[in-house]
Write a protein that binds this ligand. Structure first.
Ligand code: GLC
Length: 734
């Protein structure tokens, strides 16, 4: 976030006019409370929507006639600096109070969780990162920014860029997978998309990168659990995407719930001040996660709310989300000297800077005409980009005997209740979509005039309907397309699972169909890597469909019939069985690397290899890599190889470049992704591809948090996934 000299002066002049109460008000993010009877609290209702226990339609019905208290008087008195919500008319109302009825007229930030689209919901991050298409990831974010502004939102609690290595953690669905490099490119694309188009205040929002930091390393994959890691792991694995986001100019960050090496991120001055603000250069602000300041008492780091608030603001936590601890106690902390006015002023300046950068002082209100435009129909361009993102994010995992693509005219049988569950396509954290926009897989097949009969039989949380199973078994087609996976409520926040196999009786359904000599093709709808050892062994074909967003049905149909050639790759490793987690490709060698001999690092009851490796994805054609050569220049290594399309269809391959620092002052991963590129080839076509490896990226952080480049032998790998690669060696003297 860059401010002009005038803008900086404006902020400083405004600060000098503010009273202590007005300053503290700017550090308070408030949410509406419910007035009147509710069999459950509003927060619980939002959680039920977030985790899919109720649909958007049910949620809207429940809250339509209940009165909510937006604490207008607190806004009028200048006690609130930010609110949460996606109701455009209400946004203008509250903004009007802040701008026209407070003493200084400071506009509100209006924040909301727009993680992968608002009205136009595109693929969940773990899927979209698998497109390896930075330009596309930026485009979808820019759609989210435009729709956010139209709905009154000027601050997105996104992108979520937690590198995740343990699929038991439900929030793997929200982030870009297990690799720091891919996650860094994802982060950069998202910040550019959300913040980049400042041609009009209708086109950009302030991003809020989250969750800072190490939240995804929660022990046992249990959400909110403790995290402990070495300095080199923190800097080499979990920090890189945040550094990339700050380099791209992210306006804000959200501190994570977890304690990191004994200090909760909410009150961790080492991570918030030393790293995020001083080293990475955040000149915007840090907001807590919901209720997190209060939860520092539960953590056992603060004996009460007052101390928690003092520790947080002193640690560099600028804005309080939802507890009102700053509002209620900071004034006395200032007066008794526990918190200095300099600390307070720095926090307030950071918040005001983002508001100035957003242009809120000039354009605080939403143009009500724009609301009509978005509220009736989604612009065609948004649909097209959303569908393209869905098509490029799905992954072809298995295709035995090239059973796919199917012939559209040949009859097949569709099974699985997920196939006809339109709302399920959006995945977790989709809070602004309309059910009528959602294309289920069954609807997508109907849109393609496919020839099929349909039996739901069972889903993630329903048992097998035996008569429907019998009908499917007795149907006159020998090909079964089975849509199986998770409900969107089974991933996302507070959705950690100890069991990663297909939930419910879905695997039993598949087995029954196989026993009837059916050829079974699975389309997966899931928010995390599942343990697919049995499915990989027994099914004819598998497409990883993730939760691809509102165009999922059309994208899956395009892939099923070959209207598109799948090009997506996995942004994360899939286990065969649960117990392999945490599981990721960029692990260290150990002194006894896994092998068939007994005394090596492995499980005696699972295969040595993961079910599907990071970066893996098939195509309807085949690609061949050969002639790898390396050419060193003073600042880089040019990695050149030949790529051929050895199949019968045009296709796009994501070529991947990995390195290994073979011997270093601390043990390094056996492979680290350091480059990728999408290459499209016609059948029979070959292309010489060169990826340039910048030598400055061949280093690592040591246990003092210093970035070092160490001379020595490097292995350079290229391939279509992290396992099947060509390799060459080079000695580097930096
Ligand atoms: C939640 C999530 C965070 C989200 C915030 C506001 O608990 O941890 O990602 O942005 O609250 O909804």
């Amino acid at each position: 976030m860059k401010l002009t000299k005038e803008q900086i002066n404006f902020v400083n002049n405004l600060l000098n006019k503010m009273t202590l109460e007005e300053k503290i008000g700017q550090l308070t993010q408030d949410s509406p409370s419910i007035v009147g009877g509710f069999d459950i609290s509003f927060d619980e209702l939002v959680e039920m929507l977030t985790d899919g226990r109720i649909s958007q339609t049910e949620f809207n019905k429940k809250i339509t006639n209940v009165k909510r208290d937006y604490h207008e008087d607190d806004i009028r008195n200048g006690f609130v600096g930010a609110v949460m919500g996606n109701d455009p008319k209400k946004a203008n109302e509250l903004q009007k109070i802040a701008v026209e009825e407070t003493r200084l007229g400071i506009p509100l930030l209006i924040g909301f969780d727009v993680i992968h689209g608002l009205r136009t919901v595109y693929p969940i991050a773990i899927a979209e990162a698998g497109s390896f298409d930075d330009e596309l990831m930026q485009k979808t974010a820019s759609i989210a920014a435009k729709e956010s502004r139209a709905y009154g939102i000027n601050w997105n609690f996104a992108p979520m860029i937690d590198v995740a290595r343990d699929s038991r953690w439900g929030r793997v669905s929200e982030g870009p997978g297990e690799d720091p490099y891919l996650s860094s490119r994802f982060a950069t694309a998202k910040i550019k998309g959300l913040q980049g188009d400042q041609s009009s205040s209708n086109n950009y929002v302030a991003a809020c990168t989250k969750h800072f930091v190490g939240y995804s390393a929660c022990e046992g994959g249990r959400d909110y659990n403790t995290t402990t890691m070495s300095t080199n792991t923190l800097f080499n694995v979990y920090l890189p995407p945040f550094k990339a986001a700050m380099n791209a100019g992210a306006c804000s960050a959200m501190a994570a719930f977890n304690d990191l090496n004994g200090i909760p991120c909410t009150v961790n001055s080492y991570t918030l001040r030393n790293i995020l603000k001083d080293e990475f250069g955040l000149n915007g602000f840090v907001v807590s996660d919901a209720n997190a300041i209060k939860e520092c008492v539960n953590h056992g780091i603060a004996e009460n709310d007052i101390v928690a608030g003092e520790m947080a603001i002193n640690a560099g936590l600028d804005m309080d989300m939802g507890t009102r601890i700053y509002l209620n106690h900071l004034a006395s902390s200032i007066k008794n000297g526990t918190v200095s006015m300099d600390v307070l002023d720095d926090a307030v300046k950071r918040v005001l800077s983002v508001k100035v950068w957003l242009g809120l002082f000039e354009n605080p209100y939403i143009d009500e005409k724009i609301i009509e435009q978005y509220d009736c129909a989604i612009p065609k361009e948004h649909i097209n980009i959303c569908k393209e993102s869905a098509e490029k994010s799905l992954v072809l995992l298995k295709n035995e005997e090239n059973i796919l693509p199917l012939d559209k005219n040949k009859k097949f049988t569709l099974v699985g209740s997920l196939a006809d569950s339109p709302d399920e396509v959006t995945g977790s954290w989709a809070l602004g979509f309309k059910s009528k926009d959602c294309v289920s897989i069954k609807k997508g097949l109907e849109n393609s005039n496919a020839n099929f009969d349909y039996y739901p039989i069972c889903g993630p949380n329903t048992s097998i309907n035996s008569s429907e199973l019998d009908s499917a078994i007795n149907s006159d087609s020998d090909i079964i397309v089975a849509v199986v996976g998770e409900l969107k409520s089974m991933s996302g926040e507070a959705s950690s699972k100890a069991n990663l196999i297909l939930p419910g009786q879905q695997r039993e359904m598949l087995a029954s169909l196989l026993r009837a000599n059916k050829k079974v093709i699975a389309i997966l709808m899931n928010g995390r890597p599942l343990a697919l050892g049995w499915e990989k062994e027994n099914l004819k074909a598998i497409i990883e469909g993730w939760h691809l967003g509102i165009q999922m049905g059309n994208a899956i149909s395009s892939a099923l019939f070959g209207d598109i050639n799948p090009s997506g790759k996995l942004s994360c490793t899939f286990p065969s069985v649960n117990g392999q987690e945490p599981l990721y490709y960029n692990h260290t060698s150990t002194g006894r690397p896994a092998s068939n001999s007994k005394f090596t690092s492995k499980y005696v009851d699972t295969p040595l290899e993961p079910c599907f490796p990071f970066g893996y994805g098939l195509s309807y054609t085949t690609f061949k890599y050969d002639s790898l050569t390396l050419k060193e220049t003073p600042s880089s290594v040019n990695v050149t190889f030949n790529l051929s399309n050895t199949g019968k269809r045009p296709g796009t391959e994501t070529v991947q470049l990995y390195i290994q620092d073979v011997t270093a002052s601390i043990v390094r991963p056996i492979k680290e992704l350091k480059g990728y590129k999408k290459v499209s080839l016609q059948p029979g076509e070959s292309q010489t591809v060169t990826l340039t490896l910048d030598k400055s990226e061949m280093g690592f952080y040591n246990n003092m948090g210093q970035y070092v480049l160490e001379n020595g032998l490097f292995k350079i790998y290229v391939g279509g996934n992290s396992k099947d690669t060509l390799v060459s060696k080079i000695n580097i003297n930096f």
